[in-house]
Write a protein that binds this ligand. Structure first.
Ligand SMILES: [Zn+2]
Ligand SMILES: [Zn+2]
Length: 261
């Protein structure tokens, strides 16, 4: 029994992550072009035709950009809550809502994978994160978090691997090129998690047993992989004094390493 994870792309220009237990193959979001998804999967020995379902976190274009083309070519099952599906339809002029699951607020299975969606605070119709139990492992995906709520905490705690947003360095955001209203949106409880917020949450999670973090949804304008990594590592070390946690930083332009649990 195993679980395989590869973040094909992550950031404000497009997000897509592949997960598999060897039998069931899933994508989280499809915010990059169909061609890039095809290329990313082919390096893993897979095609979009192998994908059992695409799970959406929310309707923003950096999470849904490739969806229309993928649907036209492959008719892959798309799973989203009703509000997100309606949001996708409105944004992309599609009928994705025909695939939505009315019972999306409770856990469900796709093949051998148990999937638990949970609400996140973000300025979308009904954004969610996910916790998966697959191949005997528990892992979580949480990006586009304005803030870490108790609900997020409860759902993510105890996961062996966490794909966690570390969007911006506060100093870079404050002194960068973004106008004040956009800065305020990013910093707000409905925006994105800063390195400092992400680092504090990573320390909490490491104390619950998380062994591997994939820092994700880094801003290309307002962050660097080195800053995100430094903040998270220092926070975990300060809390636990351990350095056996594994770290990966997901990128906008290249797929991550293939992580095998
Ligand atoms: Zn996003
Ligand atoms: Zn978003």
């Amino acid at each position: 029994m195993s679980a395989t994870v590869c973040v094909l792309a992550s950031g404000s220009k497009g997000n897509c992550t592949y997960l598999s237990d060897g039998n069931t193959h899933l994508l989280i979001d499809a915010g990059i072009s169909c061609r890039r998804v095809e290329e990313g999967l082919s390096k893993l020995g897979r095609t979009i035709g192998d994908i059992d379902a695409i799970l959406l976190t929310h309707e923003h274009i950096d999470h849904t950009y490739g969806l229309v083309t993928i649907e036209r070519r492959y008719h892959t099952t798309v799973l989203a809550n009703r509000a997100t599906a309606a949001g996708v339809d409105a944004r992309l002029s599609t009928q994705i809502s025909q695939f939505c699951r009315p019972d999306f607020d409770t856990g469900f299975r796709v093949g051998g994978v148990y999937i638990m969606p949970f609400r996140t605070m973000h300025d979308a119709a009904c954004s969610v994160g996910y916790t998966f139990v697959m191949g005997g492992h528990r892992l979580s995906y949480v990006t586009d978090l304005g803030v870490v709520t108790d609900g997020v905490r409860q759902n993510v705690s105890g996961s062996e691997l966490v794909i966690l947003e570390s969007n911006h360095d506060l100093q870079m955001l404050a002194t960068g090129s973004y106008p004040p209203d956009l800065q305020a949106r990013i910093r707000s409880d409905k925006g994105h998690l800063s390195n400092a917020q992400s680092a504090a949450f990573a320390a909490e999670l490491a104390a619950t047993g998380t062994k591997h973090f994939v820092l994700a949804h880094l801003s290309e304008e307002n962050n660097t992989p080195a800053l995100a990594l430094q903040a998270a590592k220092e926070s975990v070390f300060a809390r636990l004094g351990v350095n056996d946690v594994l770290w990966t930083v997901a990128s906008q332009n290249a797929a991550s390493e293939v992580i095998e649990l």
